[in-house]
Design a protein around this ligand. Structure first.
Ligand code: MSP
Length: 566
């Protein structure tokens, strides 16, 4: 079947040896990978308002990174939850005339529902009002006290309730409040109003960690990503660090965790919130270690660019002080705007993720948000752009290519694909000139996409996948398999199968690599391609590694319906 003008004889021995090498490589990779753990965290959400599309982005980005680690064969953990204490929530509950806990439950449930609607594969969902967290925070605090990092002192500064953060004189500016016309002070960094506070607080010796923080960031280049955020943090640190106020008087803040041994003070909400990343892993690991169960420290901590200071300065300093290991990477993503403006309820430019999911389907909106969402640069959300991605990429490239090459009239012979794949992968002389480009693309694609995904640049990686799909669609148009299918000639039929092999191989690789973004649709697509469940790991996204098992399941008809007309 594979003989003829374009094909040189296949050297069976060399092939068998190569196949054996590949099989050994795969099994080694699986053995090593199984021992690896990968812990991804999401920021925990404030429960003073309902989720918007920016929150959905954080959720999906963290989920896709975790799912990619799954595909790489890691044992994974993905944390999520809600940040329920602090003045901001206390004031919002008071305003609503509700008990804080009942108020928090209502909003926390909305975030939990969004996790489900977004198909997030989080392994935990923590509420900071839970007893397990209260215990973890108390233990962490005592650890800081025992190690001499906490003292009591006078603290004065500008407090922004919205940010739950103190600012120094140099970090605020005076300007007219557009809402009232009065002159007021605002935090320069966040634009939020501030109020002058002077009180006796517990303080954390943050300033003592400045040099160690700088050394950490300089030594581990990946610790803060992207570069723009890394430089920002280094600049803050080089500018100098003051000690951090880590409690508020109980009289001002009653909704929070009491300072151990001094119930006249409440633990500062950011210290409380950051510790969630340890709580969900069982901190203080008092069960005797459970070192084999432990995932800490996180491999990737996903945060928005507005909360970098808390995660890249305070959090690592607190961990150093408590004698705990540091996160391997803080991934600070950019924001979503709407109409090129910051989303805000008062401006009415907030997109509801539940509506978007209902309208486009969960996987298409996940794809859009990851593809158009920025890591370094803000993305602008618009329904028109979602539709463009849906029509051009998902329908026009992905479903179209799958439907064309799986059409019954072309008769793809999946049973022949394993042999065609081996030959096309390993024997350059068997490759027809017209196939060279698509072959090279497929050979390089997994490594190129993997390099992007490794950096958490999901959008860039998927752009490469869709470029490959566009190449394969063009290739199909050039090679006209529907003309080849009309011929009864054996060589023409063999050629037809090679063309179908290249196009279906492109769809197979694409579907495997799109699983982190579109877990549902990618799985359906792989069902259409008759790819076995055990052959959907990243290692199988390798040109020539598909359709190995025998007997093969049957391809499913109807791939064109995967992304129905909206
Ligand atoms: N509770 C803190 C996080 C504590 S983590 C220990 C918090 N909560 S938040 O609800 O205000 O924000 C949660 C996440 O959503 C943050 O990472 C934030 O950057 C992100 N986003 C909020 N608005 C956003 C956009 N408009 N666009 C993208 N992400 C945005 O901060």
């Amino acid at each position: 079947m594979l003989g003829g003008r374009m094909y040189r004889p296949v050297r069976a021995l060399a092939l068998a040896a190569a196949a054996g090498r590949a099989a050994r490589l795969f099994s080694t990779a699986r053995r090593l990978a199984a021992a690896d753990k990968f812990y991804v965290t999401q920021p925990i959400f404030y429960v003073n308002s309902v989720p918007h599309i920016g929150h959905f982005y954080t959720i999906v980005l963290a989920d896709a990174i975790k799912r990619y680690a799954d595909l790489r064969g890691k044992a994974t953990k993905l944390s999520a939850g809600t940040d329920e204490h602090g003045l901001k929530i206390q004031q919002a509950a008071d305003k609503a005339g509700e008990e804080p806990l009942a108020f928090c439950t209502r909003f926390s449930d909305r975030f939990r529902a969004l996790m489900g609607a977004a198909n997030a594969s989080n392994t935990d969902f923590i509420r900071t009002s839970e007893p397990r967290h209260r215990e973890a925070v108390a233990r962490f605090w005592r650890e800081l006290v025992d190690r001499g990092h906490i003292y009591k002192g006078e603290h004065s500064g500008w407090y922004a309730v919205s940010d739950e953060a103190f600012y120094t004189e140099g970090q605020v500016e005076e300007r007219v409040d557009p809402a009232t016309g009065e002159r007021k002070r605002f935090a320069i960094e966040s634009g939020q109003p501030v109020e002058w506070v002077s009180e006796v607080n517990y303080k954390f010796r943050l300033s003592a960690f400045r040099d160690r923080l700088i050394a950490w960031i300089e030594e581990s280049h990946d610790a803060i990503y992207p570069e723009i955020r890394r430089n920002e943090v280094l600049a803050w640190l080089r500018d100098g660090l003051e000690d951090l106020s880590v409690s508020r008087p109980r009289s001002r803040l009653r909704w929070g965790i009491p300072v151990p041994g001094d119930d006249q003070h409440t633990v500062y909400v950011w210290v409380d919130a950051l510790i969630n990343y340890a709580t969900v892993d069982g901190y203080p690991w008092s069960d005797g270690g459970g070192a084999t169960q432990r995932f800490f420290p996180p491999d990737v901590q996903v945060v928005g660019k507005d909360i970098v200071r808390f995660h890249a300065v305070y959090w690592p300093a607190l961990l150093m002080a408590a004698g705990l290991p540091l996160p391997k990477r803080i991934l600070a993503h950019a924001h979503w705007t709407m109409g090129a403006q910051k989303m805000s309820k008062s401006k009415g430019n907030v997109a509801d993720p539940f509506d978007a999911i209902a309208q486009y389907g969960v996987d298409p909106i996940r794809y859009f948000i990851l593809r158009n969402g920025g890591i370094a640069n803000d993305g602008d959300y618009s329904p028109a752009e979602v539709l463009v991605r849906y029509k051009k990429d998902l329908v026009g490239q992905l479903a179209n290519l799958a439907a064309r090459c799986l059409s019954a009239s072309l008769g793809a012979d999946l049973g022949a694909f394993a042999a065609i794949g081996r030959q096309q992968q390993q024997d350059q002389r068997a490759v027809a000139p017209g196939d060279e480009h698509v072959r090279r693309v497929l050979l390089e694609l997994p490594q190129r996409v993997g390099a992007c995904f490794d950096k958490c640049e999901l959008g860039r990686g998927m752009a490469l996948v869709f470029d490959a799909l566009a190449d394969a669609n063009r290739y199909m148009t050039d090679e006209q398999p529907w003309v080849l299918a009309k011929s009864a000639d054996g060589k023409t039929q063999a050629r037809l199968q090679v063309v179908l092999y290249y196009t279906l191989e492109t769809v197979r690789l694409a579907a495997i690599m799109l699983q982190p973004a579109m877990p549902g649709k990618a799985a359906q697509l792989l069902d259409h391609l008759a790819v076995r469940r055990a052959e959907r790991q990243w290692q199988h996204a390798c040109f020539g590694a598909g359709w190995q098992s025998s007997p093969l399941p049957q391809p499913l008809p109807g791939a064109a319906q995967l992304f129905p007309k909206l």
